[in-house]
Design a protein around this ligand. Sequence first.
Ligand SMILES: NC(=O)c1ccc[n+]([C@@H]2O[C@H](COP(=O)([O-])OP(=O)(O)OC[C@H]3O[C@@H](n4cnc5c(N)ncnc54)[C@H](OP(=O)(O)O)[C@@H]3O)[C@@H](O)[C@H]2O)c1
Length: 230
Amino acid sequence: MKPVLDGTVALVTGASSGIGAATAAALAAQGAAVALAARRKDRLEALATDIRDQGGTALVLECDITNEQQAAAAVEHTVSRLGRLDTLINNAGVMLLGPVADAPLPEWQQMVQLNVLGVLYCAHAALPHLLRAAADGPRQVADMVNISSVAGRAARHQARPSDQPVHSFTTLLADLGTICLNTIAPADPQLPARHRAHRSPAAGIRAARHQPPPRGRVVSTPARTSRKPR
Ligand SMILES: NC(=O)c1ccc[n+]([C@@H]2O[C@H](COP(=O)([O-])OP(=O)(O)OC[C@H]3O[C@@H](n4cnc5c(N)ncnc54)[C@H](OP(=O)(O)O)[C@@H]3O)[C@@H](O)[C@H]2O)c1
């Protein structure tokens, strides 16, 4: 059977480790050509080699997405080298969990610069390409998936000031024509990513292929949202 994402192109930010690397590999396994964006080029090259060894297509994009020019260039290189952009996974982010009181202000600034502005820079550059891909693509739809954190929904004694803006952005742009915009909010930073692979954005995208496209959802990895704070 033809892979479900055959003929499509995905850009994954933060693809050099963790959820981003697992998501890029999963998208490639489903037939998408993947652009891998992050700062650590050696790790991106290793993942790209793995993907190519499996018969996939991978493009390495060394970039810092807190820089708006570099974020835009990552999107433009994806389109110029791979021909289109059907899926944007805004995954790059930092987890700086700690008590709300006494949190160093630079940590909050770092979270906002990467987890919020980085998402907006990539989204802004990608939107015209996503709309075009949806119009002429095999699926007649494009996807943007933002990765936030359940700490933005049930923060209790910890706080990620960057999550709510991403959730609002997702909700506000939910009806953006042919682009399905959703957020996945992972729960447990202690769990190695491989244990959560079945909840990867790629799994969500695959599931969505068989249903009316979801829009504007902020989906937490369940099971752990009611856990008491440690
Ligand atoms: N793991 C969890 O349980 C969990 C829970 C809640 C939320 N999350 C969220 O899920 C996402 C992925 O988490 P993870 O656990 O997979 O983290 P991770 O392994 O630390 O991956 C973070 C990725 O972001 C990239 N990155 C960081 N700064 C960047 C920058 N300025 N420009 C471009 N890329 C940058 C990193 O690559 P380079 O260093 O090479 O640039 C890395 O690939 C994050 O947004 C995180 O906040 C994760």
